[in-house]
Design a protein around this ligand. Sequence first.
Ligand code: CP
Length: 309
Amino acid sequence: MLKGKHLLEPTDLSLQELEDIFNLADSIIKNPKAYLDCCKGRLLATLFYEPSTRTRFSFEAAMLRLGGQVIGFSEPNSSSVSKGETISDTIRTIACYADIAVMRHPKEGAPRLASKYSNIPVINAGDGGHQHPTQTLTDLLTIRSLKQNISNHVIGICGDLKFGRTAHSLVKALSRYKSMTFIFISPPELKIPDYIIDEVKGHQLIQTSSLEEVIPQLDILYMTRIQRERFFNEEEYLRLKGYFVLDNKKLSLAKKDMIILHPLPRVDEIAKEVDTDKRAVYFKQARYGMYVRMALILKLLGDDTCVKN
Ligand code: CP
């Protein structure tokens, strides 16, 4: 039973709970109209202390498509945060009004702190360079839908692996599936942290700074942007920006059935010419993100049995 739980890291969900969420997302995709009233009378609060397009809008769209309603802020200075209110007091107050809360924060661990003071489910929508579990649900549902299963793949994760929370979350989640090969592709300065490497014990692991060298082996290529907002030094960002650019020339080296994922936003790491290649599935991925968040909301609110299959 997921009712009432918080989601702070992807491993808060067992593999069976993930499968249940994906099965529910599949049912919603097949028949979205059946779910139109499942969250009638429910309220979702979005607390975004950092900018977002996909995560905030997909959560809001998800709740509205379930018949619920949404309150929140996308600019913390428009709330009493600007007067110095703490996270614990903010979430205690929001919990008086809403049934479920989604929080993005630049500080690692902020949603976990909020969850300790909340009697409604808190969902981590990205905390600093740490974790982004609902992006991971999106990525896993995309892989499962387009590659038939999540196990037994060679995945290349490319870009800023030091600061990229989507990469950290995805590796943590995929390491629980069978027979994965992880190829981490990053500039030497932006290598994946050791604590994430520790998660992939028992799987094959390669680290490289050359996308061309490894792209022919990949079943899945997960591109990420260089995380400008996490750099202390703008010059360092400018030096590393543009380190990887996936274009049609590089793509010609890849398998015909490789899929290209990207959590988005994209900056310059995927050339626009790639968008029309059938392997480019990042906008489909964004749509899966809405469906999987619909399924997650239903599960955490205990409203998942509103449609009898
Ligand atoms: N993928 C993702 O988290 O996008 P946003 O920052 O636009 O929410």
